[in-house]
Design a protein around this ligand. Sequence first.
Ligand code: CP
Ligand code: NVA
Length: 338
Amino acid sequence: MNYLYQRNFLRLLDFSNLELNYIIKLSKKLKKVKKNNKEIQLLKKKNIALIFEKESTRTRCSFEVAAFDQGAHVTYLGPGSTHLGTKESIEDTAKVLGLMYDGIEYRGHNHKTIEILAKYANVPVWNGLTKKFHPTQIIADLLTIREVLPEKEFFEIKCAYIGDSSNNIANTLLEAATILDIDLRLISPKKYWPEKEIFNICQEKAKKNKNHIICTDNLKKGLNSVDFIYTDVWVSMGEPENIWEERIKLLKKYQVNQNTINMTNNPNVKVLHCLPALHDKKNNLVKSILDKYNLKNGIEITDNIFQKYQNIIFKQAENRLHTIKAIIISSLIKIITL
Ligand code: CP
Ligand code: NVA
């Protein structure tokens, strides 16, 4: 029996340890059969709607390639191309799409929107990123963690997240750590700690096992002996441009660079980044910010550290495809035989 059948995928706290491990295991299998050219199409005749109210490279391509590999069809609904939330309510749009499609992916601003979509669509809805959560990303990161550190179970892993700990990546890591018993340290100035509501729910749940989730502004305390350092952009999609000044001022100390790596006291520490990463001057945004704030080398991560750990970081990106495929299949197919 597949307990994920017809379930939404909105946030990780909706799932058990067993269920998250099941998705990761299925992703591994799907990755293997694709690499061996032995993939069986389980999603023939399925139609999938992809709503993107924000830009995307990895998430959109992963949903599309996963669907094509599996024989499903997709409709891409880009920013401003539907009536959603303007001329038509989210509820009505959900009902219409639910009558035409077998599943709906949504990337947008407010998490409430995806909750309303899920409530009325009557088909599985998958979260491709909201301001609050990015669960398909973290599932890919968990698969990557498994692959690059196979000798450790999740409950043995220590991970530090540095940067804006109030964003969707930090919130979702927090939920993953809660369910899988990962030792997680969110390291940022207090101003950028997660919302109390999310942190308290997670801490309450985590306490039942061991107290393995902390927020700290102390780099040394947070980084000591970790297996992984995870970082993400300091300004997320949808945030105003003028927030950069404050973020640079408060987060400068929390850049992933050689100094932060040294503070782990772990010569085998590994670095994760969900991408896009602002690490070199090859894009105009980074160039203009570095010039404006008189910074030399990368924003949330320096270029030399990014280059050193790029194999792991691009593995995370590739794993988006295999894990998103697993998420779609497990919610649309009742009995999965690979
Ligand atoms: N990491 C991630 O979600 O990338 P995209 O914004 O390119 O989808
Ligand atoms: N926190 C980032 C994640 C991008 C994948 C954002 O929301 O823009």
